[in-house]
Structure formats: structure tokens, C-alpha cells
Design a protein around this ligand. Structure first.
Ligand code: NAP
Ligand code: GCO
Length: 266
């Protein structure tokens, strides 16, 4: 196989969930540049209108669906519509996600459940909806967007860490259960990436100085910077393309070295 064919997504149908902006948008953009037809969803018409404009500005003819990934009927209907409009899904990226930063003893059980629902149950729901089509086609790629919190804990993110740790194991289980159908399921574990989700951690202090968490993350990252959504593009293409056809059940951390580093003595 030619080198450029190995990383090509020409003719593939990719569904990236929650790709109106942030990491999902960058991954979808990279897939379009590699030749894939793009489907994405988000929850609000306002975000959809803006996203469609942003994709068009990049020359990408993406199909957008208003769909809440926690609602199984909406997901099933979206997957059927994609099949009619673009063809059945070859590549699924379970990207949609939320975080709630609340100390565990102050967190309502309902809030904990909401995070688990979006960050862990929804990847199950969406994967379940596309796997039968992948089995019919004889191939498929599922990429779950994991996190540093698939491996590490910290104050205030108990629900998120539980969900992302669970997502790592869902990844390994999908790989185990459907590998024989030539479906590869892997995870991408972004480090700390500058997106709306992490904006509160980078807010300037009233005196104009950097947020202490911002300084902390830069000091914990050997590459000494926050990641950008674009940093995820190459690894996401690798996991969606034939270049990774024998990579299954793996979590590829894209973190500038955070997980390799014990940190500097204060
Ligand atoms: P973001 O900027 O907050 O974007 C999240 C996206 O998910 C939005 O498009 C949002 O769409 C969508 N979404 C949320 N709940 C949804 C639902 N129930 N149904 C459909 N869409 C939903 O987040 P991000 O930073 O790009 O993160 C994307 C993924 O990477 C998440 O899974 C996150 O946990 C993970 N991650 C992020 C970082 C980081 O440092 N930023 C690091 C590791 C992992 P609407 O606004 O329309 O709801
Ligand atoms: C936090 C962060 C995260 C990151 C990311 C790390 O509050 O610690 O928001 O958890 O977004 O998932 O990989």
C-alpha cells in the first residue's frame, strides 16, 4: 500500500459526536481533509447554525444533526438518516462530553449521573447504533475520546474521572467483542487542551495574572504548554485509517508528556 493511501480516509463516512466546536470540530476537519464525508451532531440549533457556517468556511460540506447522544431513539434515527444521506458509518468518534467540577461531597447524585450518562453511557448508545452497519460492511473504526482522567484523579472531578476511566474499559471491551469483525476500537486521551471546556481553568485573575491551574498544568507538561485541538488531528487520523488496522483496544495519550512526568520539585 502507498504511504499516502495508508492514511487516506477517501470515501469513508465519519460520524463525530459533539463536533460543533472544540476537539470534535478539529477531528472532523482533519477527517474531511483526509477525504472523509462528515456527519456530526450537537444539541442546540444555535450551535448547529454556527458550526455549519464554520465548516463551510473551511470548505467542508458537513451534515449536521440535532441529537442528544444520551437519547437512544434520537441516536438511532440519526444513524439511519446518515446511512440514507451519506452511507453507513465507517468511522465513529465518541467525542461529545461534559465535565462538572464540584467537590464530591457537595455533588448531587443527579449531577454525577448526568456526567456518567453523557461521557460513558452515550458512547455505548452510539457505538451500539453503528456496530451492526460496520459488521455488514466488514470493517469499522471506533475512537473514544478519553482523558488524563482515564488514568489520574484530582479534586472536584469524581464523576468525570469515573466516566472516562469507564470509557477506557468500554474501549477495550468493544475491541475484544468486535475485533473478529474487523472493527478496531481505540481511545484518544487528550492532555489539557485549550477549548471552551477548559476555559474556566485558564481565566485571568482579577489582578491580570494567570490562573494558578493554568500555571500548574504548564509546569506538569514536559512540552510546557496547553495542547490545541489541532494537536489531536494526526493521532485521530492514524486511528481512523488503515495505518492502524492491527491497533485495537489501545489508548493513545496525546498529552505533551504529562503521564510520563512526575513533575518538578517546588
Ligand atoms: P467542549 O468544547 O465543551 O465541546 C463539547 C461538545 O460536546 C460540544 O459540541 C457539545 O455540543 C457536545 N455535547 C455535550 N453534551 C452533548 C450531548 N448530550 N449530546 C450531543 N452533544 C453533546 O469540549 P472539548 O474540550 O472539545 O471536549 C471534547 C471531548 O474531549 C469531551 O469528551 C471531553 O471530555 C474530552 N476531553 C477534553 C479535554 C480538554 O482538555 N479540553 C481533555 C481530554 C478529554 P452542545 O454545546 O451543542 O451541547
Ligand atoms: C479538569 C479538566 C480535565 C480535562 C481533560 C484532561 O478539570 O481537570 O477539565 O479533566 O479537560 O479531560 O485530559
Amino acid at each position: 500500500m502507498e504511504m499516502n493511501q495508508m492514511f487516506s480516509l477517501e470515501g469513508k463516512v465519519a460520524l463525530v459526536t459533539g463536533a460543533a466546536y472544540g476537539i470534535g470540530f478539529a477531528i472532523a476537519e482533519s477527517y474531511a481533509k483526509a477525504g472523509a464525508k462528515i456527519a456530526f451532531n450537537c444539541r442546540s440549533q444555535e450551535h448547529m447554525d454556527k458550526a455549519l457556517k464554520d465548516y463551510a468556511e473551511k470548505g467542508i460540506d458537513a451534515k449536521g444533526y440535532i441529537c442528544d447522544v444520551t437519547k437512544e431513539e434520537q441516536v438511532q434515527a440519526m444513524v439511519q438518516d446518515i446511512e440514507k444521506e451519506l452511507g453507513s458509518v465507517d468511522i465513529l468518534v465518541n467525542n461529545a462530553g461534559i465535565i462538572k467540577r464540584i467537590p464530591m461531597t457537595e455533588m448531587k447524585t443527579e449531577e454525577f449521573r448526568q456526567v456518567i450518562d453523557i461521557d460513558l453511557t452515550a458512547p455505548f448508545i452510539v457505538s451500539k447504533a453503528v456496530i451492526p452497519g460496520m459488521i455488514r460492511k466488514g470493517h469499522g473504526k471506533i475512537i473514544n475520546v478519553c482523558s488524563m482522567m482515564s488514568e489520574l484523579g484530582r479534586e472536584t472531578v469524581s464523576a468525570y474521572a469515573a466516566a472516562k476511566g469507564g470509557l477506557k474499559m468500554l474501549t477495550k471491551n468493544i475491541a475484544s467483542e468486535y475485533g473478529e469483525y474487523n472493527i478496531q476500537c481505540n481511545g484518544i486521551g487528550p492532555g489539557y487542551i485549550a477549548t471552551p471546556q477548559t476555559a474556566p481553568l485558564r481565566e485571568k485573575q482579577p489582578d491580570g495574572s494567570r490562573h494558578p491551574f493554568d500555571q500548574f498544568i504548564v509546569s506538569k507538561t514536559p512540552q510546557a504548554r496547553w495542547g490545541t485541538p489541532e494537536d489531536l488531528m494526526g493521532p485521530a487520523i492514524f486511528l481512523a485509517s488503515s495505518a492502524s488496522d492491527f491497533v485495537n483496544g489501545h489508548i493513545l495519550y496525546v498529552d505533551g508528556g504529562i503521564l510520563a512526568y512526575i513533575g518538578k520539585q517546588p
